[in-house]
Ligand binder design. Sequence first.
Ligand SMILES: [Zn+2]
Ligand SMILES: [Zn+2]
Length: 258
Amino acid sequence: MNEIKILGAYGTKAKGAGTSSFYLNERNVIDAGNLLNTLEEESAKIENIWLTHSHLDHICDIAYILDNYFSIRNKTLNIIGLPATIKAVKKHFLNDLIWPDFSRIPMHASNEMTVAYIELVYGAKYKIGDDEYITPFKTDHTVPSCGYVYKKNSNSVLITADTYSLDTAIKILESQIDIKSMILECSFPSSMDKLAKESKHLTPKLLFEKLDELKRDDIELYINHVKPLFLEKITQEIELLSGKWVPKILKDNEIIYF
Ligand SMILES: [Zn+2]
Ligand SMILES: [Zn+2]
């Protein structure tokens, strides 16, 4: 069985709640919302952070894993994302003002730089292990963004990350029957649909309306990116509106098998 560990499941930080990060294997994670508390020293082994977009809740722990474990890192950390995401991280985050520009700082015991940037392309297939690949696809958020399909051996899981539309995700789910699980976002209660639309996030009502279009029902549905303050309300709404789906709302440190 393949697995993914959910390092951070929520849409914002709160006491006991970490933000988006998915542990694919020892060297690869998607997003960096909650790497430090969950991985501690293991985070020094991470070589590739595959970003979905540039928002703080998805990038914040890049700063802290570099800082805490600088002396034991012996491989360059690749920050991988869409060109606009890379540009935003370089210009507004690791810019020597907010945090050091680690792409110009050699590692403790090597001449190699601590950070390198890699731009990715929608639809390309990137190898991240023995028979393990990830492929970014376009999503619909307030900044350029992508979700990922993670394929290991013969099964795959689709992760949307922050998005308002599910159109591309639905196309992919319908054309790739090896996708056995999907992790979709749901951030706000249905009464906040105006804010959801403006900030390009989903509510339970929007999520299940959009899922009605999907011509498959043999996929496990997991939900992440709930804002902790609305957890109870959103859980109730999801139970009420889920129809044929049996959704599971993710928590930090949970493992998904696919
Ligand atoms: Zn987010
Ligand atoms: Zn976002």
